[in-house]
Design a protein around this ligand. Structure first.
Ligand SMILES: Nc1ncnc2c1ncn2[C@@H]1O[C@H](COP(=O)(O)OP(=O)(O)OP(=O)(O)O)[C@@H](O)[C@H]1O
Ligand SMILES: [Mg+2]
Length: 674
């Protein structure tokens, strides 16, 4: 017999798509609050949201006469006709969230519109109305959802532990609050506030509120517009990387989404600066014509498609790579064995107190660290033994190291002993006299949590001061300086040690070589002066239809890079020349490896990526094994390397040079304390 299902059963089934777990409820409710113009949203959960979720907002509220309607399926105030679906700007539009939540939980809503005298309390359990009454209430809406899946025990079994479910909610709230810096969010888990953002509209403050100092101090601003796509926000310096993509946040028209094209473009832009299998931190805001986007691919609205993927790829790639090319840094040594108590305290203070969020910070991995434990970049240690280089502007190639800051330990003691007003004065003075002109990275170490704001206000000013001070300091890579570099010698057939002023530098010969070759190739490509070598006899290479298509599409790039290819009938090409920098590798191998790369990138690649890939392959080929070089050759290599715009990382993201200051050594030998 064929039955027509009743509405409640339909809703329960539909809930399977929209409401997967407690996090889905939080997402739907918070999105509703955002659509209702709330500026304050508080989420409270118990047991990871399994037993209790409450979302309170100060938004528009729902009219008494519309409350029941809001809980009907396909009831929405956000969409009138199907035409409205094109270009949707609200987060919700399907009109099914409330009805599905009510179908699988015990729900209570209290809501009041600003111009109403009283509000409404509405209770609905498993889709059945329990109570509808007038109630005194503040403006806005509160929705409580208890005991998710209480009436669908099979679904309940699929939930994970409350800790895991709670961490999903945590991640979600991080992303939502990041994408709405003008809205103040609070997440309370089992009675403890685990996330809180100011809602003052500043993205950087929001990042600080969520991720803490390690990240907010190591950001590069992004601002790029092309092909009708505007991208703004921040990306992390390359060493703030993670073993998975959870640091990659990007938002389209205010909505958190996932999209392979964007992810690919971000990672491609970081490629030369970040280790393999590491992923960067990003908080990128895309603005684009909503009629060109589709978010209605899946009921959770998480997937996203843009009509012109090539433009999206290229805009993202350029936005990120432009921001990255602004600054560089050189890793130092981490020779302090243990963090001092004061340092630990500051690290702990850098966040709100939740395990989940702190884990994000604890999980901070850095590229240099994974290569060798003795090497660490400046972000991984708040220790004052490390100073880093910062480039002061893109059109000035002089790099300056930062200056040692006052030791944190002693400062913390001072903080305890002296009245606050006095400290503020000292701070002010040291700013004026330039005693505390260190990098952005060290900036807030001496400040307490609440001072995030001050940090942000003084940030810009300090950065300028740093740069000015550094102009008079060690300019390691200036022409003049390079002639004073003293080469000490070679260790382990790999590392060249040089001394300049009070600092020892170790250069990885292999990485340096790769970098120099790589940059040479890029330069030659730009100047159209790549030298080709003929292949005798020319190779005839058979390709698949897909490969042939990829070759033809990128033919122009091949020609510009020194390949000579001609169609040979069918899916065959004749290869008669290749770029000269591929020593000892057959043209056929290089060509085929490249073709295989091209076919894997369905979204297409641009000229920059093409040439970067090729240069990376070429520089690897050019430097094989531990070639022995003389002092003189090493001198040349160092000179070549240091004249590059970005000398400090090899094309694969590994460091080329690290440094150890005299002061570091003196500390190690306990000649000086602190
Ligand atoms: N916090 C809230 N404040 C004010 N109005 C709300 C709130 N939550 C829901 N509403 C009203 O209830 C309606 C139904 O909400 P529901 O979430 O079910 O659908 P939707 O948001 O329109 O679409 P979607 O299913 O895509 O989320 C909304 O269109 C809105 O008018
Ligand atoms: Mg909704």
């Amino acid at each position: 017999m064929i039955n027509i299902l009743d509405q409640n059963t339909i809703n329960k089934i539909a809930a399977g798509e929209v409401i997967e777990r407690p996090m889905s409820i939080v997402k739907e409710l918070v999105e509703n609050s955002l659509d209702a113009n709330a500026t304050n949203i508080t989420v409270e959960i118990k047991n990871g949201g399994i037993s209790y979720i409450r979302v309170t907002d100060n938004g528009d509220g729902i009219d008494k006469d519309e409350v029941r309607k809001a809980y009907m399926r396909h009831a929405t105030s956000k969409l009138l006709t199907s035409e409205d679906l094109e270009g949707i700007m609200t987060l919700g539009f399907r009109g099914e969230a409330l009805s599905t939540i009510a179908a699988v939980t015990e729900t209570e809503m209290v809501t009041k519109k600003r111009d109403s005298l009283t509000g409404v309390r509405y209770m609905i359990n498993g889709g059945k109305e329990i109570e509808f009454s007038e109630a005194g209430a503040p403006d806005g809406t509160t929705i409580i959802s208890k005991n998710i899946f209480f009436n669908t025990p099979a679904r309940l079994k699929f939930l994970k532990t409350s800790v895991t479910e709670g961490s999903y909610i945590n991640d979600l709230m991080i992303r939502i609050s990041l994408s709405h810096p003008s809205i103040s969010f609070r997440l309370i888990s089992n009675g403890k506030t685990v996330l809180s953002t100011s809602g003052n509209g500043k993205v950087k403050d929001t990042i600080y509120g969520i991720y803490g100092r390690d990240i907010s101090n190591n950001l590069l601003p992004v601002d790029h517009t092309s092909d009708g796509i505007k991208i703004s926000g921040y990306i992390g310096k390359p060493f703030i990387s993670k073993g998975n993509r959870s640091f990659e946040n990007y938002f389209v028209n205010g909505r958190y989404i996932t999209n392979v094209v964007i992810a690919k473009a971000i990672e491609e832009a970081y490629k030369t600066r970040i280790m393999q299998h590491k992923f960067p931190f990003t908080a990128l805001f895309f603005q684009m014509d909503p009629t060109m986007c589709d978010v209605n691919i899946h009921p959770t609205k998480k997937e996203f498609k843009y009509y012109n993927e090539k433009a999206l790829f290229s805009a993202t790639f350029h936005a990120v790579s432009d921001a990255l090319s602004e600054r560089e840094y050189m890793p130092g040594f981490n020779i302090s064995e243990n963090k001092t108590e004061a340092e630990k305290k500051v690290v702990n203070n850098s966040n709100t107190s939740d395990g989940g969020i702190n884990n994000n910070i604890r999980n901070l991995e850095n590229t240099a660290e994974s290569k060798s434990n003795t090497v660490s970049d400046s972000a991984s240690t708040s220790s004052s033994t490390v100073s880093n280089f910062s480039k002061h502007s893109s059109n000035n190639n002089t790099l300056k190291p930062n200056i040692k800051k006052p030791s944190m330990g002693s400062y913390s003691i001072l903080e305890k002993l002296l009245p606050k007003e006095y400290l503020a004065e000292v701070n002010e003075k040291s700013k004026i006299y330039g005693e505390e002109k260190d990098s952005a990275q060290n900036k807030t170490e001496d400040y307490k949590d609440e001072s995030a704001k001050i940090f942000n206000e003084t940030h810009e000013q300090k950065e300028i001061e740093t740069v000015q001070k550094n102009l008079f300091d060690d300019d390691y890579i200036s022409k003049e300086a390079i002639s004073h570099h003293k080469i000490i010698g070679l260790v382990f057939d790999t590392y060249w040690i040089t001394q300049y002023n009070d600092t020892l530098y170790l250069m990885d010969q292999h990485a340096a070589h790769e970098k120099v070759n790589y940059e040479r190739f890029l330069k030659a490509f730009k100047e159209r002066s790549i030298v080709s070598q003929k292949i005798f006899p020319p190779e005839v290479i058979s390709l698949s239809a897909v490969e042939m298509d990829a070759v033809m599409k990128n033919r122009e790039y091949f020609l510009k890079s020194g390949f000579e290819i001609d169609e040979f009938g069918g899916n065959e090409v004749k290869l008669s020349a290749m770029p000269v920098n591929f020593i000892d590798i057959s043209g056929r191998d290089v060509f085929l490896e490249f073709v295989s790369y091209l076919t894997q990138n369905i979204s297409g690649i641009n000229e920059d990526i093409f040439v970067h890939r090729l240069a990376t392959m070429g520089c690897k080929a050019a430097v094989k094994g531990n070639q022995k070089i003389s002092f003189e050759e090493a001198q040349h290599l160092i000179e070549d390397l240091l004249t590059l715009e970005n000398p400090y990382t090899c094309p694969h993201g590994r460091p080329t040079i690290i440094k150890l200051t005299k002061q570091d050594l003196e500390k190690k030998f306990k000649r000086i304390v602190n």
